[in-house]
Ligand binder design. Structure first.
Ligand code: HSE
Length: 306
């Protein structure tokens, strides 16, 4: 195989209670990437459509992730990467992760899959490190593996893949302002109280339990964040109203998607997810903030070969 074309999905990181450790994969939104083998060693980013991003390999998240993989595998050839960005940078739905995950997935595939998909997570994380200064895995892991993923540990890296309940749908509204993950991380507090940590542990355990037992209402009441949402929500126009409107319309719960400014809700069934989308739209229309809305099933497999 000389060339591969990929769909690289958007993702929701944190999922409220799982800062830096939980993520889920979306089905309806993502980038397209083409990777071609080349006799010339190394990585070249040949074209980026739809975004103003650097073509220099060392400055590009896909390039840096790919270089990390090449360093590990030392293949006999190189690769040319081109992609069409549909996920906006700074949107909070894993734009950089889609590029980093796509690059390592595609190269590994063209080389006959020497690494497992879980082993690729480490290399994709190097792209995240370039983008945000932190090698978090809560976008790249679900982009690669699909469903929900839990980073049980970073050192050593231990990723748990969790199947999503069949009727779970996500709604994401993206107010069209750019919020860089680096900036959204800089406002976070370094220390938390034992009381808050206890509440957070209860919710993340509740959410994981709800996913395994397909208990939609347990999932809903576990979508609570003591640590990050109270600080970051100030950066998002009408955050509290958006979340409340989605829940009033029938969503199970919601919160900030990744580092924002997108806001997400989870619902049982597509109909409730569409109702949540409609209710959230009204809030942003009232204040004349342009937005994009996505309603999506949870993507069970992650990156797709086209
Ligand atoms: N866990 C990361 C953060 C996700 O919240 O900063 C960034 O998309």
């Amino acid at each position: 195989m000389e060339e591969i074309k990929l769909f690289c999905p958007a993702t929701i990181a944190n999922v409220s209670c799982g800062f830096d450790v939980l993520g889920l994969c979306l089905d309806s939104t993502g980038d397209e990437m083409t990777i071609r083998k080349s006799a010339e060693k190394g990585i070249r980013i040949t074209e980026i459509i739809g975004a103003d991003l650097p073509l220099e390999t060392e400055k590009n998240v896909a390039g840096v992730a790919a270089l990390s993989l090449l360093e590990a595998l030392q293949p006999y050839c190189g690769f040319d990467i081109s992609f069409t960005k549909k996920i906006k940078a700074g949107s909070g739905i894993g734009s950089s992760a889609a590029s980093a995950a796509g690059a390592v997935f595609g190269i590994n595939h063209l080389l006959g899959n020497p690494l497992s998909t879980k082993e690729l997570v480490f290399h994709a994380m190097q792209g995240e490190k370039l983008a945000s200064g932190s090698a978090h895995a809560d976008n790249v892991a679900p982009a690669l593996l699909g469903g929900f993923t839990l980073v049980r540990s970073y050192e050593p890296l231990d990723i748990i893949a969790i199947k999503a309940p069949a009727e779970l749908y996500a709604t994401v509204i993206h107010p069209q302002i750019e919020l860089k993950t680096k900036d959204a991380r800089s406002v976070l507090r370094e220390n938390i109280s034992l009381k808050k940590a206890t509440i957070q542990c209860g919710n993340i355990a509740g959410l994981i339990s709800g996913l395994y037992t397909e208990d939609y209402y347990l999932i809903g009441r576990s979508l609570h964040d003591e640590l990050v949402e109270p600080v970051r929500s100030i950066l998002i126009p009408k955050f509290a109203e958006l979340k409340a409107a989605a829940i009033a319309a029938g969503a199970l719960g919601g919160g900030i998607s990744g580092s924002g400014p997108s806001v997400f809700a989870l619902s049982k069934g597509r109909e409730n997810a569409e109702k949540a989308a409609q209710a959230m739209k009204v809030i942003l229309e009232e204040i004349n903030v342009p937005f994009e809305v996505h309603v999506s099933a949870i993507n069970p497999t992650g990156i797709k070969i086209l």
